[in-house]
Design a protein around this ligand. Structure first.
Ligand code: JAH
Length: 283
């Protein structure tokens, strides 16, 4: 995968040299470049902002440097080597909520271009113009406002690059983790069995893999019901079997309350709302 990032603070992306993302860059799985928006300014002050039309507080990012950045990184004419157009991702509190499903979608792209806004945002015409050339997705990490899109891009890249083939050492862990089944995960424990008066649940030390799997499923269901009723309500009814429903009943889940919490029903056939991890075939 190729990734380009445009920002007025390229130094924010130093962590992308580290850990598994750094390794993916070093071994060529990830070709990532960070660009300073000011490279596409021409005045002595390298100005990237101006006052908002219509008045109001703060400043808006002026369109011209962004237009030149787009010309450089998503050229109108397809390169003769057949390099594909990037998908433009723009973090914004007004964007579509970022989810694990969107992480899978972005991980399937061959080229992502991230535009980091600052101040009160980017002149709307930049996005309108970009949409005549490339697919544009405004993405929100949640209902809060940051100083700019840089940290949001770091978060999105963490979620996306770990899904790329070969980036995670243990590929098996992808389909067991939180959100992979539309539920939160059961709690995890390691040695020692007794620590500061707290014991590891007996079932996990029993060696009975059937009992362990059932316990984990029950814990996942109870946790999800307690903490994220919206996730439980969004599960397709077929993805809950009789034993699951019994576990939810024991956890005191009121089905009507779940229905009220439903926000968005999954559309994919296995009922999770997520595509299978790379290398696994959908049921
Ligand atoms: C703030 C440009 N929901 C996360 C998020 C993403 C981006 C921004 N804020 C919050 C942001 C100012 C300018 C982007």
């Amino acid at each position: 995968m190729r990734v380009d990032i445009v920002s007025i603070f390229p130094e924010y992306f130093a962590p992308l040299d580290l850990s598994l993302i750094g390794k993916a860059r070093a071994n060529g799985t990830l070709r990532l470049a960070v660009h300073d928006l000011r490279a596409w300014t021409h005045d002595v002050h390298r100005t990237v902002d101006d006052t908002p039309y219509g008045g109001g507080p703060g400043m808006v990012m002026r369109p011209e440097p962004w237009g030149e950045a787009l010309d450089a990184l998503a050229p109108e004419e397809l390169a003769p080597d057949g390099v594909t157009l990037p998908r433009l991702v723009v973090p914004s509190p007004a964007g579509e909520p970022f989810t694990q499903a969107m992480a899978y979608e972005l991980a399937a792209e061959s080229h992502l271009l991230f535009a980091c806004g600052r101040y009160e945002g980017i002149d709307q015409r930049v996005l309108d113009h970009a949409a005549t050339r490339v697919r544009v997705t405004e993405v929100s990490l949640g209902d809060y406002v940051l100083f700019g899109g840089e940290v949001a891009v770091l978060v999105i890249l963490e979620a996306v690059t770990r899904l790329l083939p070969g980036v995670l050492g243990n590929a098996g862990s992808l389909d067991e983790e939180s959100h992979a089944h539309g539920l939160l995960e059961a709690p995890m424990y390691t040695k020692p069995a007794l620590w500061r008066g707290h014991e590891v649940p007996e079932v996990l030390r029993s060696g009975d893999h059937g009992r362990i799997a059932r316990w984990r499923r029950d814990e996942a269901l109870a946790r999800t019901a307690g903490r994220r009723p919206d996730l439980l309500a969004a599960l397709a009814p077929e993805s809950l079997d009789k034993r699951d429903r019994a576990a939810l009943e024991r956890a005191g889940v009121d089905r009507a309350a779940l229905e009220r919490a439903a926000v968005d029903r999954p559309t994919l056939d296995d009922g999770t709302g997520f595509p299978p991890p790379p290398g696994r075939v959908a049921k």
